[in-house]
Design a protein around this ligand. Structure first.
Ligand code: ZN
Length: 457
C-alpha cells in the first residue's frame, strides 16, 4: 500500500517536472523565437527620375515588431527617410504591433541625390530575445539609378514643307538612353526609328503626316522619353501647305448595286435592307472598320528602311481616275445618300493589268479588306507602307519579301469598285497620305533623300 503511494508520488513529481520543463522550453522558444520579420516593398523601379511613392508592408507574426528604419545610401552618404519604434504591450507583447503599413516618398532632388546608383535599405527588428536581446533582423536592399536628366533632342534636318495629307520627314539625334521618340502632329503620335542599326550617334528618322482631315492650325513637335521616364520636347521649323480639295459627284445606279453587292455576302446586314440601304450601311460602317484595319497594320512595320531610290513606281500606262483627298458625294436617283473622302489614287489601265510593287518591301497583308476588295499591303519600313486594292488576283503571300517592280497581282473590280482599276494607297504609320508625292523624283529628292543624306554612318 505504502509502496504504491510512493510510486504515485514519484509519477506526480515526474509529470510536474516534465510539465514545467515543457512550459519553460515553450516559453523560451517563444521569447527566443527565430522567425524574422517580413518585408514587402513596392514598387521596385530600376530608375527614379521624379518623386517616387513606395508602399512598405511589415509583418512579424510571433513576438511582434520592435523598430524599423528606411535609409537611402549613395556613396558615403546615408539618409534616413523614415524610422519608428513600437511599444512592448502586455505579456509576450500580445498587444504589440504585428503588422505595419507605411507609404513614403523619395524625392531625388529634395534629397540632393546625384545621378547614378543608389540603395534603398529597409531594416526591421522584432521583439525576440535573440541576437543578445536585439531581436531578429531583416534587411531588404533595393538598388536603383537616379536619372533626372531629360533626353537630348537635336534636330538635324532643316526645311520641312508639308502638305496637308502629305508626308513629312524629320531627322534628329537623341541621347543614348532614349527608349522612344517621335513626332506629335495635332496630338497624333508618329514613332521615330533608328536611322541605322550600327550607328551609336542616335540618328533617328521620323515620317509623319498632317492627316487630310485634321483641322488647322496644328501643333507639330518632337518628343523623346529615356529609360528612366524623363521626357523632352523639341521644335523644328515647318511650313504647312494647304491643298485644294477636289469635289466629285458619284451617281449610284441599280446596275452598279447589283454588280457589287454579292461581294459583301460576308457582311451581316440588318434584316430587310434594300440594295441602296445596304450600300449606305457599307459606306458608313464598313468603310470605318476598314480604315481601322489599315491603321492596325502600322505596328508590324520593320524598324529598317526597306525601300530605296527616288521615285516609287506607278501602275504602267494608267490614267488617273480619282485623286487623293477627293471629297465624294454619292447620289441615288437624284438624292444625296452619303459621302466619303478618297484615301488613295485610282489608276485605270487595261482590265486585269499586272500590278507591280511600288518599291522594295515585305508583304504585310494579302487578302480581302471590305470595300477595298482583294488587297495587298506592302511594308517599306519605318512606318511607310503602300496598298493595292480592288485586285482580281493576288500573286504574293503575307511575309514574303518583294523587290521594286516585282509583280504582286492583277487589277480588278473586287470590293466597292465602279470598274476595273487599281486603288493605290501610301501610308505613314497607318494613316493614308497622298501617293502622288512618292511618284515625283524631285519631291522625294528634296523632302526625303536630301534629309536622309545628313545621317552620318
Ligand atoms: Zn479608289
Amino acid at each position: 500500500m505504502r509502496k504504491k503511494k510512493k510510486r504515485t508520488g514519484l509519477i506526480l513529481i515526474i509529470v510536474t517536472v516534465s510539465l514545467i520543463v515543457c512550459a519553460l522550453s515553450w516559453f523560451l522558444s517563444q521569447v527566443f523565437e527565430g522567425e524574422k520579420p517580413q518585408i514587402m516593398l513596392s514598387p521596385l523601379p530600376a530608375f527614379i527620375s521624379k518623386p517616387q511613392t513606395f508602399t512598405l508592408h511589415l509583418t512579424d507574426k510571433k513576438r511582434g515588431l520592435r523598430k524599423f528604419t528606411v535609409d537611402v545610401t549613395q556613396g558615403n552618404k546615408k539618409l534616413t527617410i523614415s524610422k519608428k519604434s513600437f511599444l512592448f504591450k502586455n505579456i509576450m507583447n500580445r498587444n504589440g504591433c504585428h503588422e505595419f503599413n507605411l507609404k513614403f516618398s523619395l524625392d531625388p532632388e529634395q534629397l540632393h541625390l546625384t545621378q547614378g546608383e543608389a540603395n534603398l535599405t529597409i531594416s526591421v527588428w522584432d521583439y525576440s530575445m535573440r541576437r543578445g536581446g536585439d531581436g531578429n533582423l531583416s534587411i531588404t536592399t533595393h538598388k536603383f539609378i537616379v536619372d533626372t536628366v531629360p533626353p537630348v533632342l537635336r534636330v538635324i534636318s532643316r526645311m520641312h514643307y508639308i502638305s496637308v495629307g502629305g508626308t513629312g520627314l524629320v531627322v534628329y539625334q537623341v541621347s543614348s538612353d532614349t527608349v522612344k521618340s517621335g513626332v506629335y502632329a495635332g496630338g497624333l503620335f508618329f514613332p521615330g526609328f533608328k536611322a541605322c542599326k550600327e550607328s551609336k550617334d542616335g540618328f533617328t528618322v521620323c515620317y509623319f503626316t498632317i492627316p487630310y482631315n485634321m483641322k488647322l492650325p496644328v501643333d507639330i513637335h518632337l518628343w523623346a522619353k529615356d529609360r528612366a521616364g524623363n521626357t523632352s520636347t523639341g521644335r523644328f521649323y515647318y511650313h504647312i501647305h494647304r491643298r485644294h480639295v477636289h469635289k466629285s459627284r458619284l451617281n449610284i445606279s441599280d446596275r452598279f448595286l447589283n454588280r457589287v453587292l454579292p461581294w459583301f455576302s460576308f457582311y451581316k446586314f440588318p434584316p430587310q435592307l434594300s440594295n441602296i440601304e445596304k450600300f449606305i450601311e457599307i459606306n458608313r460602317k464598313l468603310r470605318k472598320e476598314n480604315t481601322a484595319f489599315f491603321y492596325s497594320l502600322r505596328t508590324k512595320t520593320s524598324p529598317d528602311q526597306l525601300w530605296d531610290g527616288l521615285a516609287w513606281l506607278r501602275l504602267k500606262n494608267a490614267a488617273t481616275m480619282a485623286r487623293f483627298g477627293d471629297r465624294r458625294t454619292y447620289y441615288y436617283k437624284g438624292h444625296k445618300i452619303g459621302s466619303a473622302v478618297h484615301l488613295g489614287v485610282d489608276l485605270a489601265s487595261l482590265a486585269n493589268a499586272e500590278v507591280q510593287a511600288a518599291n522594295n518591301g515585305r508583304v504585310l497583308f494579302a487578302g480581302p479588306v471590305g470595300i477595298y476588295g482583294m488587297t495587298v499591303v506592302l511594308d517599306h519600313g519605318q512606318g511607310l507602307a503602300s496598298s493595292y486594292s480592288h485586285l482580281s488576283k493576288i500573286t504574293v503571300k503575307t511575309g514574303q519579301s518583294v523587290s521594286k517592280g516585282e509583280m504582286i497581282g492583277y487589277t480588278g473590280q473586287t470590293g466597292l469598285a465602279g470598274g476595273d482599276h487599281l486603288h493605290f494607297g501610301v501610308m505613314v504609320n497607318g494613316i493614308f497620305v497622298n501617293p502622288a508625292e512618292w511618284w515625283d523624283p524631285h519631291w522625294v529628292h528634296d523632302n526625303i533623300a536630301r534629309k536622309l543624306s545628313l545621317i552620318k554612318k
